[in-house]
Structures are given as C-alpha cells and as structure tokens.
Design a protein around this ligand. Structure first.
Ligand SMILES: Nc1ncnc2c1ncn2[C@@H]1O[C@H](COP(=O)(O)OP(=O)(O)OP(=O)(O)O)[C@@H](O)[C@H]1O
Length: 253
C-alpha cells in the first residue's frame, strides 16, 4: 500500500496548473518534489492533503480515499503547509499541546514528545512561553514542523520545510527527516533547497508545465552520483541556458 495519485488535474481560472498527473509513492521513500516557482508544487501537495479539490483525478493514501475514509486518512498524515497557519495568540507550547489533544495523545505521550522535539529544535526554550505572533519566520516553521510530526504520521508532507530555517536548524531538520523515515512511512517534501534535498531524498519528482517530467530514484536522476541534483535539474529544465548569450552584461561595469 502506498500513496497513489491518479489523473490529477487542476486549473485556476484559465491557468491549467496540473494536467493528468499520475504518481505512486511507496512506503520507505522520501520523495522530493522539485520545479520552478509557480509550477504547481504546493497545489499538488494541497490536493493530496484534500485542502484543494482537484477538477478530476483521485488520491488514495495507503489504500484509503478521502471520499470514503476522510477521518482515518487525515489521522495518518501530518503536514507543514507553505503558509504554515498556526494559532498566533497561543504560545508555542500551548499550540503544540493543543495539536497533541486534537490527535488524542495521552498527557504523558504529549509531554514526552513535545519536550523532546522542543529541546531538539529550540535552543531558546523561553521563547516557547511567548505568543507565536512575535516569532520569527524560522521559529514559526519549527513549531509547524514539530506539530506535523507529533502524532507520528505514516505520511509526512512538508512544503518548503527548509525555507527560513537557519543553517543549524536546517541540519537538525535533515537529521530529523532521516530518523523519521522508515520502511512503514512515506515522507513527501517540496523544496528549492537542493543541498538539503540531496541529504534526505530517495526519490525525485520534477514538475513542469503541469506534468511530472521526471519521476524516479535519486541515483537515476544524478546518473549514479555523476551529477549533483542541482546540475541534473538545470539540465532537465534549462538545457540551453548556459550556452545562450547572456543578456545581463549591462550590470558588469
Ligand atoms: N488559490 C489560487 N487561485 C488562483 N491561482 C492560484 C491559487 N493557488 C495557486 N495559484 C496559481 O497556481 C500556480 C501554481 O502555484 P503553486 O503555489 O502551486 O506553485 P509552486 O510550485 O508551489 O510555487 P513556488 O515554488 O513559488 O512556491 C501559480 O501560477 C499560482 O499563481
């Protein structure tokens, strides 16, 4: 059983963002979705999360669909969305305890998991006692990631998880994603931070013009490590760019 996406299509007005997209992600994979700005990565993840209704197509998560098993499916997934909505009037700790209650964690489980995640991610524990409204973007992101992972979801979806994190926090997140990945779970990430993608991905998907123009293992994508992921991506998306005449010479002098 895996995450199966079949024939997913979505347009906003006249803009066709996703076109008949098919994808199967197996348990054990850390699948990283790449592509240029505005190509539809967040739209795709939001369709998988049932936050956006596709125009057509279906999503099945470990054999279950939202139409038939909405609650059961939602209990199996955890997500960091791109806009990372939190309850800003709460403190970081209040918010995490609130999420723990939503997922019906016992008080002991909640306490253990929240304290381990906050100790892991936050050097400044005092800030967790303050309202989220005053947090920096990176601090909010760390709270969002902790909230997504608290109930140990089988499917963890992280939209741009590295953006806004300082290099220390980003490295900690790499370690956390690697520890979290196991043969019974699926991790699905959208990211532009290819240095970090390189460290966590087992599989790569490249979205362009509404379709997946690449879907396969990292080894295949990088030709067994001959290329870095950014080189492979550049070759795929802009093969002629490097040889084209530069039109930015005006800024040289
Ligand atoms: N609610 C919406 N209404 C209208 N257009 C939308 C909406 N959401 C997204 N779009 C459009 O759909 C396209 C895909 O947006 P999306 O945010 O999915 O791209 P992305 O690949 O995640 O981009 P980025 O890498 O910049 O975050 C864009 O052209 C965007 O303007």
């Amino acid at each position: 059983m895996s995450v199966e996406i079949s024939g997913l299509t979505k347009a906003f007005g006249r803009k066709q963002v996703l076109q008949d997209l098919h994808l199967s992600i197996e348990k054990g994979q850390c699948y990283c979705l790449l592509g240029k700005n505005g190509v539809g990565k967040s739209t795709f993840l939001n369709c998988i999360l049932d936050l956006i209704k596709p125009d057509s197509g279906s999503v099945s998560i470990f054999g279950q669909s939202y139409a038939q098993h909405s609650l059961a499916v939602k209990q199996k997934l955890g997500a960091l969305c791109e806009d990372n909505p939190l309850i800003e009037e709460f403190t970081g700790l209040e918010y995490l305890n609130f999420v723990a209650k939503l997922y019906k964690l016992s008080p002991a489980e909640a306490e253990e998991r929240i304290s381990s995640l906050t100790n892991y991610f936050f050097t400044d524990q005092e800030s967790l006692q303050k309202n989220i409204a005053g947090y920096s973007t990176g601090m909010k992101k760390k709270v969002g990631i902790a909230a997504a992972i608290l109930h140990k979801p089988d499917l963890l979806i992280l939209d741009e998880p590295f953006t806004g994190l300082d290099p220390i926090a980003a490295q900690l997140l790499v370690k956390l994603i690697r520890s979290y990945s196991n043969p019974n779970r699926v991790v699905l990430i959208s990211s532009h931070d290819l240095n970090y993608v390189e460290k966590v991905a087992t599989h790569i998907g490249v979205l362009n013009d509404g379709r997946l123009i690449y879907n396969g293992s990292v080894q295949e994508f990088t030709m067994n490590g001959e290329n870095l992921i950014d080189q492979a991506l550049f070759q795929l998306l802009l093969p002629h760019h490097l040889t084209k005449e530069s039109n930015i010479d005006w800024m040289l002098n």
